[in-house]
Design a protein around this ligand. Structure first.
Ligand code: CP
Length: 339
């Protein structure tokens, strides 16, 4: 695809070559992401970061990524703090906001809303998550992490065995990840969920159409055996009709050190898009795994910065100009990314 000026709404936009291009640019971003070097390539540019659902990682890391490229960020974090609360349409909102900004990131609770917003935006729009539909930048950082984690075992993404576990019906990060994985070859995918929280049929069909081996499990311990990647997800309570409905699934599937050690292979990488639900009654990914070297969840979050920097750099066509303004730092926090 031609990234320049494009909206990033769905992973369906990306070919395998596009994914590889994003990862190559993300690698270039590492010294800037961890502030060993500084660039002001986006000096004067403004990102409007519009988040109408709770977020820590996506909102803050998109903002930090833009700042790391030298740009400024304006944020709105609640519907009630925007004129949408007065009945303004997404179309009007996009017309107005795109006159103030150079690029917009939006998260919204309604499926398709970010695409609808993009129709009248005059600047590129990136989907930061629309309802249970998609979360493209999360899928990119997840796949980038998978590639990095497997590099030490000489494996690439082709041929991997992955178990995805939890609320597969409502998890938008997972929906985007499965679609993005589908452009690679010869995957073995275990879809492990309680009954009634299975993966949407259209996504399973994409995986079948591209000749991946897909197995459905309703039993946790059977589903997580013989995989390279164990990708755990939270029950997406906010998508259920009632708390009572969501509570039926809380704590049903829990990965802890004992289950992991007993049923997974010694090198199985543990991932989660986060946030994980650490409340007593949930704990889909127990903190007793926190010091385990195969737990990649905080390497995932670190990777979110360089992936999101890469998206901005590609869409705003500055990849080849980053070095022009690059300089070494005088002060550094000493905090290392995991890369
Ligand atoms: N993974 C993710 O989207 O996290 P946030 O909800 O904190 O942005």
């Amino acid at each position: 695809m031609d990234f320049v000026g494009s909206h990033i709404l769905s992973v369906a936009q990306f070919s395998r070559l596009d994914v590889e291009r994003i990862f190559a640019v993300a690698d270039l971003m590492v010294p800037f992401a961890n502030r060993r070097r500084i660039t002001s390539v986006l000096e004067g540019a403004i990102l409007s970061n519009m988040f109408f659902e709770p977020s820590t990682r996506t909102r803050v890391s998109f903002g930090c990524a833009f700042n790391r490229l030298g740009g400024d960020v304006r944020e709105t974090t609640e519907v009630k703090a925007s004129a949408i609360a007065k009945g303004e349409s997404l179309h009007d909102f996009a017309r107005v906001l795109s006159g103030y900004s150079d690029i917009i990131v939006m998260r919204h609770p309604t499926e398709g809303s970010v695409a609808e917003f993009s129709e009248t935006s005059r600047v590129p729009v990136i989907n930061g998550g629309d309802g249970a539909n998609e979360h493209p930048s999360q899928a990119l950082l997840d796949l980038y992490t998978i590639q990095k984690e497997l590099a030490s075992t000489q494996k690439g993404i082709d041929g991997i065995r992955i178990a995805v576990v939890g609320d597969l019906k409502n998890g938008r990060a997972l929906h985007s990840l499965l679609k993005l994985l589908s452009v690679f070859n010869n995957l073995q995918i275990h879809l492990v969920s309680p009954p009634n929280l299975e993966t949407p049929e259209d996504i399973v069909q994409i995986l079948h159409d591209r000749n991946h081996r897909v197995e459905v499990f309703h039993n946790l311990t059977e589903g997580i055996e013989h995989v390279d990647i164990l990708y755990v997800t939270r029950t997406q309570e906010e998508r259920f009709e009632s708390q009572q409905d969501a509570d039926r699934y809380r704590g049903l599937f829990r990965i802890n050190r004992q289950i992991y050690t007993q049923h997974c292979e010694p090198n199985t990488v543990i991932m989660h898009p986060l946030p994980r639900d650490s409340r007593e009654e949930a704990q889909e990914l127990d903190e007793d795994l926190d010091e385990h070297p195969n737990l990649a969840i905080f390497r995932q979050t670190d990777n979110g910065i360089n992936i999101r920097m890469a998206l901005f750099a590609l869409v705003m066509n500055v990849v080849d100009h980053i070095e022009d303004s690059a300089r070494e730092v005088r002060w550094h926090s000493g905090v290392q990314q995991h890369n």
